[in-house]
Design a protein. Structure first.
Lengths: 356, 262, 306
């Protein structure tokens, strides 16, 4: 029987081990691999953030792209060295109120997250009382409004030109640590009384309310926390790319994270991690489909640019049609399961990962 | 004897339909009061008006809390009303189906939580203390109905009778002063109904509750009710003790039928 | 240019021009919004793919004329048929299997279908904007007073009104329509009463998609740049239009469409400095409506049984 202490020990060991892996990747592997790993970690953060509202509270919110954009632009606006700003903001001069404000990346990330959370609060107040589909459209709409505002507020965001020369962050170890912090925080949150309140709302709103759970407060809380982490992820994304552009944050970006949480299991934290790995890896692997392919000297006509995304969309459809619960469903991959797996590896392939 | 729940005449209209008309309730502390009537008479609507799910078209609901203060709870949010001390069960059982038996009950302790979400997430000492207290209480509650062994089962996996019990236990976990039971004996056979009857009396005594229930099982109603309200088409056609109601001609015609056997 | 300058510079002619544009845009939105409202009325789901069906209609029309060298009115019919079939196909493959699944699944499926259509179009037709062929008889100008108005700008609203009347006749005076109304009121009971739910739902999608096709064809003529993403914004806005009018209500969808179309054009006309925000207009109206009258202007309130 695994006691709490033993599980904590295992978790710490796992984190140290994975950090060593991250270190290895950072030092030994080439920049292409490092970039994929970084993207995967960032996608995991944002997928987790989306899972809080969509998976645990059961609120179908599609605003992640917008919140990412806020985080990315916080980084973009405040981490570019002051001296370089006039060259970036060459068309419309940067707003004098902020032109001299510089934040180191860490501060900008937190700031971006907080602004995203604030925006979530403002949006959440009218929007979270809406049912299912309406909420989806409303959050989608707001994601677009955020993008439209960014495109037009040229003196702050440089508008459609985007912001370049963002000091890049591509150290796998640092991004890994942020991901670990996110994972741990969200796990602790979900295992707390508040996390249970979230799940109660997902299961039966009316019963949850009858048991004293203030729906507005809790839905808003989840939404704000979700936005916060999406903002952080967005900030890291901006730092990774080195540039931000409103076109990066179309609401269709949110669909990536939707696939991650559907594939991994809506309501499973470990599922989202798995989903992130599969989707990011898959998207890269699927690049093969965009290149012309020759077998035995015959060009296969299907393989050309755009095919990758078609396959990706088909994957999402297949997943939702035939595998709604995703890999983990609402279960977590716990240490108990890991130990069981080590003892009986074959049993898993017979019963599936959701078996105890 | 003080009154826990008092309404002035309440009416509920949905468009052109009057579901409840001039319902005036007085529920005294420590009593078990029943609300009976044919299907569609407006009973669950009355519950919904009391618990804040519906806003009465006319009339007010007043709840007296433990300190004796009378509060107007009309059209307040259900979560606020639950915090004041009114808990309920549902006609169609609304357990958190995919969550475990244990989780179902401990969620009902959330409304008493004083720690904010950061303290809870970081598992700071004062949160851990509250959590330990909640866990101890949940254990006691589950053991009192023999559900402790099933605590890791999903609520939907329980047999029907135990689901009803779980729902009542969950409501009890909120430390209510007034417990509203909506058809607690629905779908039960005579044996189970007897058990439930004893159970309701037991929890009323043990937790110093006032119970207000909707029921169709007349044996249960007549056995334990101190007072009965009879509704028909939204109107109150009788109120009084079990004997008075049983002998009331209007009630007999509308509901109980010519045979007085209960 | 701010409001006062815009107002001062507005002549009767340019105002008339704006009104014409607004009515055209409103009609297009109305046609597309009807598809959303009909599907929502029956299945209680948002057909996210509807906007992309309009986009596919544009491409069908485009290829009908340029690739298959059909005369434009033949391409028009072809577009309607092809799009209606596409709509029915999507219902059959993406929505019907999930009819008994939890609500969120269908939503995700709809999003997936929308995403698939967009990527498919991008793959098949490339992302390069294509120019919808010019149809001289529709594009030529007619002079009214000092204003030049394209023929198409008359055709669109007239066609919309005709379609609306035909649709209302079908819904209110035919057996099929009665079946559709029954299904939208109570799905289970309708099934028990012997109505073939599958056929009714397919019919709903076919009609909605056919209307989307008409809208798409007209859209291509009025706004000739066709891209795979052209259905995205109009799709969102038209759903908003349906909500504004009262979701499930056909007349409401038309009303909502006109409100949004006219509003969008006139806001940009009178507040040119806000033209970058024209897409935000629809969502702002959505938020206001959802806050003050969530059932929409012509909608009816329903209560949930506890």
């Amino acid at each position: 029987m695994l006691t709490k202490k033993r599980k904590l020990f295992l978790s710490i060991v796992a984190i140290i081990f994975l950090f060593a892996v991250a270190n290895f990747i950072q030092v030994e592997m080439d920049s292409y691999i490092r970039r994929i790993v970084n993207l995967c970690l960032i996608y995991a953060i944002i997928g987790l953030s989306m899972n809080i509202t969509n998976g645990f509270v059961g609120q179908f919110a599609l605003g992640q792209a917008g919140f990412m954009a806020i985080g990315a632009y916080a980084v973009g606006i405040f981490t570019v060295p002051v001296a370089m700003r006039p060259s970036v903001f060459y068309a419309t001069p940067m707003n004098p109120a902020i032109i001299n404000i510089y934040m180191p990346l860490g501060v900008a990330l937190i700031f971006g997250g907080l602004v995203a959370a604030l925006v979530a609060f403002v949006i959440g107040t009218p929007v979270l009382r809406l049912r299912g589909d309406y909420l989806a459209i409303a959050t989608l709409g707001f994601s677009e409004i955020i993008r439209i505002v960014i495109t037009n507020a040229s003196s702050i965001t440089n508008g459609a030109l985007g912001i370049k020369n963002i000091p890049p962050l591509n150290d796998v170890r640092i991004i890994f640590l942020v991901t670990v912090i996110t994972f741990v925080f969200i796990t602790l949150l979900i295992n707390s009384s508040y996390g249970r309140a979230f799940k109660a709302i997902r299961e039966d709103e009316i019963a949850a309310e009858a048991m004293g759970i203030n729906l507005f407060f809790h839905k808003n809380l989840a939404f704000m926390i979700s936005a916060f982490f999406a903002g952080i992820g967005g900030g890291l994304y901006g730092a990774l790319l080195g540039t931000v552009d409103p076109k990066n944050f179309l609401f269709t970006l949110t669909y990536n994270f939707l696939l991650i949480i559907v594939l991994g299991g809506m309501g499973s934290i470990t599922g989202s991690m798995l989903g992130a790995i599969i989707v990011t890896g898959g998207l890269e692997y699927l690049r093969v489909f965009d290149e012309p392919l020759e077998i035995l000297g015959l060009a296969i006509p299907l393989f050309r640019p755009g095919f990758r995304m078609v396959m990706f969309s088909v994957l999402l459809m297949l997943c939702v049609l035939f595998w709604r619960k995703g890999i983990m469903g609402t279960e977590e991959f716990t240490w108990e399961k890991f130990v069981y797996f080590c003892h009986h590896p074959l049993a898993y392939f017979k019963k599936g990962v959701q078996a105890k | 004897m003080s009154v826990v729940l008092h309404t002035d005449p309440m009416t509920m209209q949905f468009g052109g339909v009057t579901a409840v008309s001039n319902l005036q309730l007085d529920v005294e502390e420590g009593k078990i009061v029943a609300l009976i009537g044919p299907n569609g008479a407006g009973k669950t609507t009355a519950f919904n008006m009391i618990t804040g799910v519906y806003k009465p078209t006319k009339g007010n609901v007043f709840f007296t809390d433990a300190s004796g203060k009378e509060i107007n709870i009309t059209a307040q949010k259900p979560s606020t009303i639950a915090k004041l001390g009114i808990a309920r069960t549902f006609q169609n059982i609304r357990l958190f189906k995919d969550l475990t038996v244990y989780e179902n009950v401990i969620i009902a302790k959330h409304l008493h939580l004083k720690s904010d979400f950061m303290s809870a997430t970081l598992h700071l000492p004062w949160y851990n203390k509250e959590e330990a207290q909640a866990e101890a209480e949940v254990e006691e509650l589950l053991k009192s109905v023999n559900l402790w062994n099933m605590r890791e089962e999903k609520a939907s996996a329980l047999p029907y009778g135990q689901q009803r019990r779980l729902e009542i236990i969950r409501a009890l976990a909120t430390h209510p002063r007034l417990l509203l039971l909506d058809e607690p004996a629905a779908g039960m056979n005579p044996n189970e109904t007897d058990d439930l009857t004893a159970f309701i009396k037991e929890i009323r005594d043990k937790y110093k509750l006032t119970v207000f229930m909707i029921e169709h099982h007349m044996d249960l109603v007549m056995e334990i009710s101190d007072k009965i309200y009879v509704l028909d088409f939204g109107e109150t056609i009788a109120k009084g003790t079990a004997e008075e109601v049983q002998n009331n001609q209007r009630v007999i015609t509308a509901y109980l039928g010519e045979d007085e056997d209960a | 240019m701010d409001f006062f300058q815009a107002f001062a510079n507005m002549t009767a002619a340019s105002f008339a021009q704006h009104m014409v544009n607004g009515i055209s845009l409103g009609s297009l939105y109305a046609m597309i919004a009807i598809g959303y409202t009909m599907v929502y009325g029956i299945l209680l789901m948002i057909n996210f793919a509807h906007g992309d069906i309009v986009m596919m209609a544009c491409y069908f029309a485009f290829f009908g004329i340029t690739l298959f060298h059909m005369p434009w009115f033949v391409s028009f019919i072809f577009t309607i048929v092809a799009t209606a079939l596409l709509g029915a196909l999507i219902e059959r493959t993406a929505y019907r299997p999930l009819r008994d699944a939890p609500k969120n699944s269908v939503l995700i499926s709809a999003i997936g279908a929308s995403f698939l259509l967009e990527n498919l179009a991008n793959y098949l037709f490339s992302g390069r904007p294509m120019r919808f062929p010019n149809i001289p008889v529709l594009a030529q100008n007619v002079s009214i007073g000092s204003v030049q108005i394209q023929v198409i700008s008359f055709v669109i609203p007239i066609l919309t009104i005709i379609c609306l009347f035909i649709l209302l006749h079908i819904v209110n005076h035919t057996k099929v329509g009665m079946a559709m109304r029954a299904v939208s009121k109570d799905y289970e009971i309708a099934r028990v009463m012997g109505i073939n739910i599958d056929n009714v739902i397919s019919m709903t999608f076919i009609i909605g998609s056919a209307l989307a096709a008409v809208g798409g064809f007209m859209w291509g003529i009025k706004y000739p740049g066709i891209t795979p993403m052209l259905g995205v914004m109009p799709g969102l806005k038209c759903f908003v239009a349906a909500v504004i009018g009262g979701i499930g209500n056909i007349k409401g969808a038309v009303l909502g469409g006109f409100i949004l179309g006219l509003g969008e054009i006139l806001i940009v006309a009178f507040f040119p400095q806000l033209s970058g925000y024209r897409d935000a207009f629809a969502f702002i109206v959505l938020i206001i409506i959802l806050y003050y009258k969530p059932t929409g202007l012509l909608g009816e309130t329903t209560t949930e049984k506890v």
